[in-house]
Design a protein around this ligand. Structure first.
Ligand code: FES
Ligand code: FES
Length: 161
């Protein structure tokens, strides 16, 4: 039986009808709402490529049933910044070469944004690495990723974000 729900998706209300209550948030975003910035890596909670924010907190969208999100606020990489006004994490990833092929990058950026909003100490690289450990990068761009997260955390703290 179809299930109707409403999400706030990247700041806008979206009515969604789920014809299958087992659909994950990842498949809802990519296959039904054309938001393909969120990537599917492992589809089993091991790589972090599918990371989005739900009510401000980081989640693996491949492990999240869409049907549990009625009334929730979901932010994907498409809603974090714009080409004209990048989010500080996006800008820092570019400045510090925080990616190579880019496949893991949307998940890395969403995870970093969530981690910073949790109150990350920008001067603790070990904590950054630990906090980002759920996001795997097969290209091994970890050095640039850590520098980017550190830079973004510093800037956002300075801006009071
Ligand atoms: Fe979700 Fe890998 S695709 S954790
Ligand atoms: Fe290629 Fe991370 S940049 S997997």
């Amino acid at each position: 039986m179809p299930l109707s729900m409403t999400l706030t998706l990247n700041g806008a209300a979206r009515d969604v009808v789920l014809d299958d209550p087992r659909v994950t948030l990842l498949d809802l975003l990519r296959e039904r709402l054309d938001l393909t910035g969120t990537k599917k890596g492992c589809d089993r909670g091991q790589c972090g490529a599918c990371t989005v924010l739900v009510n401000g907190r980081r989640v693996n969208s491949c492990l999240t049933l869409a049907a549990t999100l009625d009334g929730a606020e979901v932010t994907t990489i498409e809603g974090l910044g714009t080409a004209a006004a990048l989010h500080p994490v996006q800008a820092a990833f570019i400045e510090h070469d925080g990616f190579q092929c880019g496949y893991c990058t949307p998940g890395q950026i969403m995870s970093a944004a969530g981690l910073i909003s949790e109150g990350l100490d920008a001067e603790d690289p070990e904590r950054i690495r630990e906090g980002m450990s759920g996001n795997i990068c097969r290209c091994g761009a970890y050095h640039g990723i850590t520098l980017a997260v550190q830079e973004a955390a510093r800037r956002m703290a300075a801006d009071g974000q």
